[in-house]
Design a protein around this ligand. Structure first.
Ligand SMILES: [Zn+2]
Length: 573
């Protein structure tokens, strides 16, 4: 039932983009060398309600940047006094101004690739998916791969895994590969299964499985590492397509007010691609990169040492990503006890604990942060055990700010370990509101109440929080995450009191988790995350004041302008 209103929402948001009065050119060059004195400010934003996320001055009317950095936060008169001939002046018209938002866990290329694929999010039935594939197949060349994303059988009347036959009829001449909403399962048609040589005799690979019918014949659904059997056979995207993925994702992030993305798992080629596009001025979103690859390929990159500041903080490469387990939706998350709705299954550790340890150790020795995907309580236990072990073995490893990506289903024993090990809880508020309809069925009432998405318990136990969306698993729009964090309700307002409402965050905590908290998780709290003199001028002007309006209005809130290093990189038309 859940994701359907989310799709509807996209239409609402697009329709709600305000028309700008008196459009101003957006490519004004920044003032590189600002002389001393009050003139030649690069940018002045005045007549605003500025939420600085700076405890020294929580609110202001105006701010000024020079040479890409904030030089003044204060009152209107003080700001306007700094106007020079080259200054761009933005009258915010009383709008809310917040620090540029971080998404602390997203997949940048994945977002770009998703923007190139058939969008199946919120489809109300399997038949609706088949229709969309048939439409695409009619336009495709024979043999061309048809890719789609974000279906969820929990949205359908019969919440069962689909089987491939209907897709074979819809696209008889094309291999079809459709990824589930959580990215941990996919549906392939017969042509795609054939391309991968998958038959009834194919064994489940380590860390994955093939869903089979009563006779043991694969039905087309591939879970976790089994997806690789088909994916390996797909034609690789061309260099141009990959560049397009970057620029599509970049434009989408700028539109949504995301000035920094923590890119949760990329390869070495992607880093080179980012560098080239940054150098060419085609990539404006700041990227905090987590490298993800087997240790033999990772080690040479670790040996080169961390990149803490590429191109004036456009990119940092100082973290690695490891997957401890799968996801809850496909029962791949590793649990200490069996799934409540499938007692034969405890989920999967997708990387052997020895390998998780070896990578964390190698990264820590090289001065890299380790970020581990952990969803189930067993995945989380293993993650925290590895962090603790490596912290004992590597001096100052705590200062690397290890991160638990997702921190989703926690045994009570894990909660105090976030503080004692100084591990950051990297959370995704929309995962909670997407999953809440079926989580109690999957893991039972007791485990749900004890440790499912328990943000308040984490904060009370002294954990640091960083928020993100895990796009393209969820939608990248941070307003959806903001709303989910403060309400724990779906976009339909259900349940009326919120789901486990005692675990909600306040608006201030939520804003901080998408800004300063996330910046801390990226070792960037001295550069971004709040609006204060000396920091990079990454700023978002919103259509509505999310710190005061009724929660449903947050869902209609759009970005009026996004500013990176004092330059307007998006403005609503
Ligand atoms: Zn992720």
């Amino acid at each position: 039932m859940h994701p359907s209103p989310r799709v509807f929402l996209v239409g609402v948001l697009l329709a709600a983009v305000p028309v700008m009065a008196g459009s101003i050119g957006c490519n004004q060059a920044p003032v590189a060398e600002a002389p001393a004195g009050n003139g030649d400010a690069q940018l002045i934003i005045h007549n605003a309600v500025v939420y600085t996320v700076d405890t020294a001055r929580p609110k202001a009317e105006a701010l000024v940047s020079r040479g890409g950095r904030i030089v003044f936060v204060g009152d209107n008169a003080g700001a306007l006094a700094m106007k020079g001939a080259q200054t761009r002046v933005i009258d915010a018209g009383g709008r809310a101004v917040i620090p540029g938002l971080h998404d602390a866990h997203g997949h940048f290329m994945g977002l770009g690739s998703a923007l190139q694929q058939i969008d199946l999010r919120g489809t109300p039935s399997y038949e609706a998916i088949v229709d969309k594939v048939r439409e695409r197949a009619a336009k495709a060349r024979p043999g061309e791969w048809i890719l789609g994303r974000s279906w969820d059988q929990n949205d359908w009347p019969k919440k069962e895994w689909p089987t491939h036959e209907a897709l074979d009829k819809a696209a008889p001449n094309n291999p079809v590969y459709l990824t589930r909403v959580d990215g941990h399962a996919a549906l392939a048609n017969k042509a795609a299964l054939d391309a991968a040589g998958i038959t009834a005799k194919t064994a489940d690979p380590d860390g994955g499985r093939l869903i089979r019918d009563a006779k043991g014949v694969p039905t087309g659904v591939l879970v976790d590492t089994a997806m690789g059997l088909v994916r390996r056979k797909m034609s690789e995207p061309s260099a141009e397509q990959l560049d397009e993925q970057v620029t599509l994702a970049d434009a989408e992030c700028r539109r949504l007010g995301l000035t920094t993305v923590h890119d949760a798992g990329v390869g070495g080629d992607t880093v080179d691609r980012y560098k080239r596009l940054i150098d060419g001025g085609q990539l404006r979103t700041r990227l905090y990169v987590m490298l993800r690859m087997p240790l033999d390929r990772l080690q040479p990159l670790l040996d080169k040492g961390p990149i803490t500041n590429y191109a004036e903080h456009r990119m940092a490469v100082r973290a690695i990503k490891i997957g401890a387990d799968g996801a809850l939706g496909s029962r791949g998350a590793a649990l200490l006890e069996p799934y409540s709705d499938e007692p034969g299954t405890k989920g999967l550790l997708t990387t052997p604990p020895d390998e998780v340890y070896a990578q964390t150790l190698a990264a820590s020795k090289a001065g890299f942060q380790t970020c581990i995907h952990a969803i189930g309580d067993r995945g989380n236990r293993m993650t925290m055990d590895v962090f603790e072990r490596v912290q004992k073995e590597v001096p100052n490893a705590k200062a690397l700010r290890m991160r638990n990506e997702h921190s989703q289903i926690l045994d009570a024993a894990e909660i105090p370990r976030f503080k004692s090990l100084e591990v950051i809880a990297s959370i995704q508020p929309t995962h909670c509101t997407s999953d809440m309809p079926w989580v109690p069925t999957r893991i039972g009432k007791e485990r749900t109440e004890e440790g499912a998405y328990v943000w308040r318990k984490l904060i009370n136990a002294g954990a640091r929080i960083a928020s993100g969306s895990d796009f393209p698993v969820e939608e990248p729009n941070p307003m959806l995450g903001f709303y989910a964090a403060i309400t724990r309700q779906g976009v339909d307002g259900q349940p009326p009191e919120g789901w486990a409402p005692d675990q909600r965050l306040t608006r201030e905590e939520t804003l901080a988790s998408f800004t300063l908290g996330a910046a801390y998780a990226a070792h960037a709290e001295d550069q971004t995350g709040s609006l204060a003199a000396g920091k990079l001028a990454d700023v978002v002007i919103l259509s509505h004041d999310i710190m005061t309006i009724a929660p449903p209005e947050i869902l209609k809130t759009t970005v009026w302008k996004t500013i990176t290093a004092g330059e307007v990189v998006y403005e609503a038309r």
